[in-house]
Design a protein around this ligand. Structure first.
Ligand SMILES: NC(=O)c1ccc[n+]([C@@H]2O[C@H](COP(=O)([O-])OP(=O)(O)OC[C@H]3O[C@@H](n4cnc5c(N)ncnc54)[C@H](OP(=O)(O)O)[C@@H]3O)[C@@H](O)[C@H]2O)c1
Length: 317
């Protein structure tokens, strides 16, 4: 990838896409192209083909998709399946037709089996049933992983790069309580508890389950690393995590401290916890030379600061 290569960041306004723009810029890539969802719906095949034919991107980071927390995934599995499948299929086909050099696709840790051995390795894919609450989203992402392999095999190249990050967090995350992941949801809950001087915050589950969170800018740097080192990659997917996890209780306590919340935290143990641990084994990708850079506490504070600065816009969405 040359510094003046035409690079399309799809989903540039989102959590990962915004970090991609920032990290590509920092790395000296100057010819970045992007378009809002309003002006290009990636589920619309003819619009996608028109966009590629007019803009001829050489590299694509496919950070566009439908992403949400457990409740939203459970309520709208068909929408998660359809939107993600359509975006992938349209972009992959257009990338082949217009001879894009590399496309980076992002799968998710929910593609691994519900009772996967921990930490989860790449070869654990399809070794057991997936978590039913995210089945639509996971099925689309599994299809995407096999699409990358199939296109590479059929066209005898390494055009498609499949990365599998664990839960991403950072600026531009989704802080909507009905559709967000746990980390941004806790930031909002504790911040609002401080605003209204609540003495108690009730959270779901025992708080004992452990989760790995990877900072958006680390995933962006991993993506650039993958394209810059494409000759080292095999035709398979690579886990991208930070090799550390936290219990939800630890996370809640950290966020309570950052927000200045001084009340009590009550755990509603009548609510389900989910899998006890979801940690990625990243030795395959890290063995190529990539390492996450961001310290969790610093990145959490940075995410919180961004949330506070953008609070009025977030609550009015
Ligand atoms: N977040 C995670 O924890 C995580 C973990 C692993 C993998 N991933 C994957 O990483 C990618 C990026 O995730 P993210 O968390 O950054 O998502 P995000 O913050 O929700 O951003 C998604 C982006 O895609 C755009 N978009 C959605 N539907 C579109 C459509 N039909 N046409 C054009 N643009 C569309 C959104 O624009 P609007 O906001 O304007 O709709 C937004 O810019 C996704 O493929 C996701 O599956 C995410």
């Amino acid at each position: 990838m040359f510094k003046d290569s035409r690079i399309f960041v799809a989903g540039h306004s989102g959590l990962l896409g915004s970090a991609m723009l920032k990290e590509l810029g920092k790395a000296g890539y100057s010819n970045l192209i992007y378009v809002s969802h309003r002006h290009l719906d990636l589920t619309d095949k003819s619009a996608v083909f028109d966009y590629f034919s007019q803009n001829l991107p050489e590299y694509v980071f496919l950070a566009a998709g439908k992403v949400g927390g457990i409740a939203d995934n459970k309520a709208y599995p068909a929408s998660y399946l359809h939107v993600n499948l359509a975006i992938q299929d349209n972009v992959f086909e257009a990338a082949c037709k217009f001879e894009v050099k590399n496309v980076v696709f992002y799968a998710s840790s929910c593609t691994y089996p519900r009772n996967c051995p921990q930490p989860m390795k790449e070869e654990h894919l399809l070794t057991g049933p997936i978590e039913p609450t995210s089945q639509g989203y996971a099925a689309a992402k599994i299809a995407g992983l096999f699409a990358c392999r199939s296109y590479n095999d059929q066209y005898d190249n390494r055009r498609f790069i499949a990365l599998l990050p664990n839960t991403i967090y950072g600026p531009y995350d989704n802080f909507d309580l009905s559709s967000s992941h746990v980390l941004p949801a806790l930031i909002r809950r504790f911040y609002q508890a401080c605003l209204s001087d609540d003495k108690q915050v009730t959270l779901w589950g025992t708080g004992d389950v452990r989760r790995e969170f990877v900072f958006s800018e680390d995933v962006a740097r991993a993506s650039i690393f993958a394209v810059e080192n494409v000759d080292m990659l095999e035709n398979c997917h690579y886990n991208v995590g930070c090799s550390a996890d936290h219990s939800i209780k630890e996370l809640a306590e950290k966020i309570a401290v950052i927000t200045g919340y001084r009340g009590s935290i009550v755990w509603d143990t009548t609510k389900q916890d989910g899998a006890p641990r979801k940690m990625l084994d990243c030795t395959r990708f890290q063995g190529l030379g990539w390492m996450p850079e961001m310290n969790f506490d610093n990145a959490l504070k940075l995410t919180y600061d961004w949330f506070v600065q953008n609070y009025s816009e977030i609550i009015n969405r």
